[in-house]
Design a protein around this ligand. Structure first.
Ligand SMILES: *Cc1c(COP(=O)(O)O)cnc(C)c1O
Length: 321
């Protein structure tokens, strides 16, 4: 296997430690993987993906990197910081709350379009184009229009899909699994959305004794089909193993709440509980909902033994207003 080129952005391996008070409370042996502490741009799982994505952008001699996401996107913030490091322009088409056409616009408590990640995006000088709420497909079109606008002005553009979920993004998490070498977990629980985090980990632990459980943050029942597609691209990169079928993904939809991009009561409760037992902060859109899932699964026996919560970051969203 030839490993894809990468640049160095994060401090790896990220910390891995036990959560003694939560372990006792839940009756499992609970550990946490601290990707909220990557040491890059206030942390988060996107730093890992960007090590490979930025290497590709550099290889193409891109002048501008274009992506899309929600206004409070953690990916846009980390991408903007990576672009600063390599002297590239970062541009992003965003919506306050993009949504799945079939599920409709979620009715729930929003984060607010200022402060949080948006404050940091402004500091980084990202070219943010805010559009009225619409479907993901509409947002992807806006992103493509933005890329073409730069190209019309003679710039070379590197396009990154939402959340950095290209096969290279999934590769980053396939590679991250090696940071658990020598450790044995019965289950890994992680927040799952655009899919490269879940796909990379699921690929790495396929046919092993460790189950990888993704707690979905999007109200899209067919999400696993997209992840399966992504794993085909990952398989082409890696050469070993096999692409995953949709049924290979353990994706739980019970903690989405009202939908993507809005808070949930269970998620907010989980944030408070982890802060008050272990002094660790989660975010309201992804890791808080995932931890709410972990709490319930520990209580109903869906996970047991030695369990790892993979903290994906997102903490700046706590300050959105
Ligand atoms: C993007 C993100 C996720 C989801 O990761 P995907 O690879 O997009 O599925 C989870 N948690 C946080 C905090 C994120 O920013």
């Amino acid at each position: 296997m030839q490993t894809p080129p990468k640049v160095e952005l994060i401090v790896a391996p990220t910390p891995l430690h036990r959560l003694p008070r939560m372990s006792e409370r839940l009756g499992i042996d609970l550990w946490i993987k601290r990707d909220d502490l990557t040491g890059f741009a206030l942390g988060g799982n996107k730093g890992r993906k960007l090590e490979y994505l930025m290497a590709e952008a550099l290889g193409m001699q891109a002048e501008v990197v274009v992506t899309c996401g929600s206004a409070q996107s953690n990916f846009v913030r980390q991408l903007g910081a990576a672009c600063s490091v390599f002297g590239m322009r970062c541009a992003a088409a965003v919506m306050d709350v993009p949504y799945d056409g079939a599920a409709g616009l979620p009715q729930g408590k929003r984060l607010g379009p200022s402060n949080g990640n948006v404050l940091l995006d402004e500091m980084l000088g990202i070219d943010m184009r805010l559009h009225p709420d619409g479907t993901w497909e509409e947002l992807f079109e806006k992103s493509e229009e933005l890329a073409r606008e730069y190209e019309r002005n003679g710039k070379s553009v590197y396009r990154i899909p939402v959340g950095g979920s290209s096969p290279l993004g999934a590769y980053a998490f396939y590679a991250a699994a090696s940071e658990l070498e020598g450790e044995k977990f019965d289950a890994i629980v992680v927040a799952s959305s655009s899919g490269s985090t879940h796909t990379g980990l699921a690929y790495a632990f396929l046919d092993s004794l460790t189950s990888v459980i993704g707690v979905a943050c999007d109200d899209e029942p067919l999400l696993a089909e997209d992840f399966s597609e992504l794993s085909i691209g990952l398989h082409e990169l890696i050469g070993t193993g096999r692409p995953l079928k949709a049924s290979d993904f353990d994706l739980r939809f019970d903690w989405v709440g009202a939908g993507y991009g809005v808070r949930s009561e269970a998620g907010d409760g989980a944030i408070e509980l982890l802060a008050r037992t272990e002094g660790i902060f989660l975010d309201p859109i992804y890791s808080g909902k995932a931890f709410a899932g972990l709490i319930d699964m520990a209580k109903n026996g869906a996970v047991s033994g030695r369990v790892l919560f993979w903290h994906t970051g997102g903490v700046p969203a706590l300050f959105a207003s």
